[in-house]
Write a protein that binds this ligand. Sequence first.
Ligand code: NAP
Length: 257
Amino acid sequence: MCSIVSHHKHLLLLGGTLEARRIAAHLATLPGLSVTLSLAGRTRTPIDNGVATRIGGFGGVAGLVAWLGAHDIDAIIVATHPFAAQMAHNACEAARRTGLPIVRINRPGWQRAPGDRWIECDTTEQAVTLLGAIPRRVLLTFGREQAASFETAPMHHYVIRSIDPIDPPLALPHVDNLIARGPFTLDAERRLLREKAIDVLVTKHSGGEATRPKLEAARELGIEVIMMRRPAMPNIPVVEGLDDAGMTRLVEWVSAL
Ligand code: NAP
């Protein structure tokens, strides 16, 4: 893998994903580079990535532009979650204003397979409507902000799986909260769906391997999936996926800076 970088460069890596952690670890091995990983600060116990890390929002595009200048940043890598559209759009606009190179890592989406019972929607409100009026047993894999939309449909029984506790608790009469951080195995997902007698799964189309087993388990058990489509992303250069080839392409991009 090419690793020639001519002048010292300081990169901003917008993270909050497994991909960002892998990029941080990999770029740390290259000479002539320093990387600052940026996290939004959503999870209470972020994983230690072993690289320089800053936590918290920048204060919109203007704040980000100021931060880039103050830290002599040479380029931006957007490795945020496929649903973190605001951050990606802000980074794109900040790159336009400053003239800095920018690249986004796209996590490949999941492919629908025979037996899948997916119904797609664009918003949590649409997902709530799709649950219908008859009480169902729902597995929600959302954090508090998005799960709050389901307070308008209190007739269902919810199992809500999130990384941090849902605090304050949702105003819903029937909720089991599961605190867990992926990856999850197919066996564990199968067991969860069966034990909780889930009849519908509501999830974002996050893609990636770490959370795919729930979809395989739902397929096996014939469980309906309400799948939220991804938001639109800005039109900037993209590295598709972070397999070995993707990492090589990213390193080539960095080396050409
Ligand atoms: P978002 O809607 O795109 O961003 C909202 C605001 O949060 C941004 O405008 C920015 O605040 C701040 N922010 C987001 N990502 C940041 C980062 N990496 N570093 C510094 N500030 C950041 O993002 P989100 O959906 O709230 O997601 C927040 C973080 O959680 C992201 O890093 C994302 O990768 C991770 N994540 C998100 C999801 C999801 O489903 N959305 C799932 C797993 C992980 P300012 O405008 O003040 O700069």
